[in-house]
Design a protein around this ligand. Structure first.
Ligand code: GDP
Ligand code: MN
Length: 392
């Protein structure tokens, strides 16, 4: 899960990383007011979207008066910002971050990532900040410094000092850099982050070190135990279909066909896609309801699949291990009652409580097409499609 720059800055500041003073604005008036309260001659107005490359895309500007801030802010708020990273759809700008401007002497790159090879947190740094890491790796790979952190020891002071020296820092900056590095590491570790990136980390005219930009992303699987982090989620920055599925604990991917699929387990889902193709059909989606699916979750899965207007048949294929066929069956019936299903539904149940599940479906009196095997289910789904284009 990604968060906004201003949220990442607040977190990092709490752990001891120096960041510029600033505030969040949702309206041009608030933005102009922040310029006046900050009290400086220059401030930076920055679009808050979950993406880098905002500078190049016109989402960052140095402003010299409250009128200039107001004008720039009203041009940004409510629009979409298309950056190199967002794709053509872009991301909506709902809020801005207004901060005091810094006088930059040097720009550095600093990142903390999970290195899967060493199974450890790794620092990636470069004396050439400001550029995106991908471009840095391509254009100036020699400048990249990598340092792996031993989890039993944590980030050792000697490592942090060595990194500061290799970045060309000296004097009081070494101590400041060590403090910043340790703070980033603690924030990463204590909050189950997947990535901390400060690009650029700048050395100012007066010799101080400041995080001019900040990006953090978190392990979604750990959010249950990081309530504070979870509360920073901004659904406005997500794909609405994905958000809906995510909110209901479903893994959903939209595809081009017309057979809607509700399946448990990614492996069975993939096998079902193949069987559908083999039977001459095309899946409309890939939806994994996961293990231990309650009737409510099955019902939400129907809602998700039915929100795709291309869907003309639904195939439910469950091999219940942790799941229970009677729960799934009740979920299907609940979906008929609550969602209102007007297209054919094929259900294949197998595994835990299969007899109970089949009985519930049989006794419901609903026009559900039953199937015993995966192959049977796939053929039944293909056959059940309305043949309005049979003349072809
Ligand atoms: P990104 O483009 O999304 O990565 O956004 P950044 O926060 O990195 O800002 C983009 C660029 O704006 C930076 O690389 C700087 O060149 C410039 N910038 C941001 N804040 C300041 C500032 O306080 N002073 C100056 N002079 N430039 C700034
Ligand atoms: Mn940046």
């Amino acid at each position: 899960m990604d968060i906004h720059e201003h949220q990442a800055k607040a977190i990092l500041a709490r752990f001891g990383v120096p960041v510029p003073r600033g505030g969040v604005a949702f309206t041009p008036e608030q933005a102009a007011h922040l310029f006046r309260t900050l009290g400086g001659e220059v401030c930076v107005v920055k679009a808050q979207v979950h993406s880098g490359g905002r500078g190049e895309a016109g989402g960052v500007k140095l402003c010299r008066s409250d009128a200039e801030v107001r004008e720039f802010a009203s041009g940004l708020l409510g629009t979409t910002l298309v950056t190199k990273q967002t794709g053509a759809a872009g991301k909506r700008i709902d809020r801005l971050w207004i901060e005091e401007a810094s006088n930059i002497a040097r720009e550095l790159y600093l990142g903390f990532v999970l290195d899967r090879k060493s199974e450890r947190i790794m620092i990636v740094a470069s004396g050439h900040g400001g550029m995106e890491i991908e471009d840095l790796a391509e254009e100036d790979p020699e400048s990249l410094i990598r340092m792996v952190i031993d989890p039993a020891v944590g980030l050792a002071d000697y490592q942090a000092r060595e990194l500061a020296f290799r970045l060309g820092l000296s004097g009081q900056q070494v101590g400041q850099m060590v403090t910043a590095l340790r703070a980033c590491y603690r924030a990463y570790r204590d909050l189950d982050a997947m990535m901390v990136e400060i690009n650029p980390l700048v050395v100012c005219d007066d010799g101080s070190i400041v995080a001019l930009d900040a990006k953090m992303s978190f392990d979604t699987n750990a959010l249950f135990r990081r309530e504070e982090v979870a509360s920073l989620r901004d659904p406005g920055q997500e794909d609405p279909r994905e958000s809906f599925a995510h909110d209901h604990g479903l893994a959903y991917v939209g595809l081009d066909g017309d057979i809607g699929c509700i399946i448990n387990g990614a492996g069975l889902a993939m096998a079902s896609m193949d069987m559908i193709q083999l039977a001459g059909g095309a899946p409309a989606n890939f939806l994994d309801i996961g293990g231990g699916a309650s009737p409510e979750r099955v019902c939400q899965a129907f809602r998700t699949v039915l929100s795709d207007p291309n869907v003309s048949v639904i195939l439910v294929n469950i091999f219940a291990g942790i799941n229970r066929c009677d729960w799934i069956a009740n979920g299907v019936i609940q979906a008929y009652k609550e969602v209102g299903i007007e297209i054919p539904v094929v259900v294949r149940l197998s595994g835990t409580n299969v007899e109970a599940g089949r009985r519930i479906i049989r006794d419901s009196g609903l026009p559900i097409i039953g199937a015993d095997t995966l192959s049977e289910a796939a053929h039944a789904a293909v056959a059940a499609r309305p043949h309005t284009i049979a003349a072809e």
